[in-house]
Design a protein around this ligand. Structure first.
Ligand code: TYM
Length: 329
């Protein structure tokens, strides 16, 4: 059976970008694939969270995954730092990753722009750790959003390089996966770019309805179109993109037609959008809170997940150690 894997950094709560970019696809895949879904807590150390925040974020992301419908009986649901095989393989993979190619990664350049006072080595080797996450389970499909495309490219490169260097056929080529469609990029509410935890432009699954309403009503718009069928400026297009993802097709088309006829009232559109987002998030929110309060259940889920993940990871690591030449005397 082919393997599917995806992960998320616990640097804050899950937002609708995470859901529609990655989690939604994973939910479908867990039914028919050998599936791994994990919380990338090693990765989140690059931003230096406080220990208390880190723990709390891991707990909430776990509860959010479960509330969204990730089934720990079907998928292997684990916390990255519970699998010591990952850092060992990461060390080995680092030996075959070159500084030049890592420095050229767009995500690295972005990160140094965002945190110029904390350009740590973990940021540079982030794609190696991510490749390790994927390769250690020999995953073939990786349901992720568009922002992860380049990291996937690197994972393919490192896997192929390893196979070639040691003349083995250990790693399949992992591909970013969205059922044959373009990868998704959910824009933020601030008129530009993508929805992100650190951008202050996100709607979280756990947000209260009132908060969602406020955020959506404050979203950037303009004074409206002045010509029929005029091209939409970025901020407006973003609102339509979010509506296209969250609302019924008919709702999106209705407001699109209003826009094209220069009859759009952004206030009405935003009210509708807020309503549709709330209809989607409200039941999840209740579930999240309920699950997050159940420590015994969370403990059971991660314990079971770690065991299953380690079983698969240790098989690959054994092969990797053998390939590079580590032998017992
Ligand atoms: P992270 O934590 O930034 O995001 C988790 C997932 O959500 C997707 N995503 C989005 N999709 C569409 N629109 C958006 N606005 C949006 N924002 C986030 C991301 O594409 C991702 O799929 N490096 C990864 C975590 C990771 C990982 C892995 C993923 C570590 N190891 C191995 C897959 C496989 C990250 O930072 O995702």
């Amino acid at each position: 059976m082919e393997t599917v894997l995806s992960g998320i950094r616990p640097t804050g709560n899950l937002h609708i970008g995470n859901y529609f970019g990655a989690v939604k696809n994973f939910l479908k895949l867990q039914e028919n694939y050998n599936s791994y879904f994990f919380i990338a807590d090693f990765h989140s150390l690059t931003t230096h969270p406080t220990p208390a925040d880190l723990h709390n974020n891991v707990k909430y992301v776990l509860a959010e995954y479960l509330a969204c419908g990730l089934d720990p009986e079907k998928a292997t649901l684990y916390v990255q730092s519970d699998v010591p095989e990952i850092p060992e393989m990461y060390l080995l993979m680092n030996m075959n990753a070159y500084i030049g190619e890592l420095e050229r990664t767009t995500t690295f350049k972005d990160k140094i722009r965002k945190q110029p006072d904390n350009v740590n080595a973990g940021l540079l080797t982030y794609p190696v750790l991510m490749a390790t996450d994927i390769l250690i389970h020999r995953a073939k499909y990786v349901p992720v959003g568009k922002d992860q495309e380049q990291n996937l490219e690197m994972a393919r490169k490192f896997g192929k390089r390893f196979n070639h260097m040691y003349n083995v056929d250990l790693f399949p080529e992992p591909t970013a996966f969205n059922f044959g469609e373009q990868l998704v990029k959910v824009p933020g509410l601030d008129g530009s770019g993508k929805m992100g935890k650190s951008e202050g432009n996100a709607v979280y699954l756990i947000d209260e309805p009132k908060v969602i309403e406020k955020k959506v009503m404050r979203a950037v718009t303009d004074s409206g179109p002045t010509q029929m069928n005029q091209e939409k400026p970025e901020a407006i297009q973003n609102l339509f993109t979010i509506m296209n993802i969250v609302s019924e097709k008919g709702t999106h088309d209705f407001f699109n037609e209003k826009y094209n006829n220069c009859e759009i009232r952004y206030g009405d559109m935003k009210k509708q959008l807020a309503k549709d987002i709330i209809a989607f998030t409200s039941p999840l929110r209740e579930q999240i809170l309920e699950i997050a309060a159940d420590d015994a259940y969370l403990h059971k889920v991660v314990t079971m997940g770690a065991e299953k993940a380690r079983e698969s990871a240790s098989k690959t690591l054994k092969e990797v150690r053998k390939a590079v030449g580590f032998r017992r005397f």
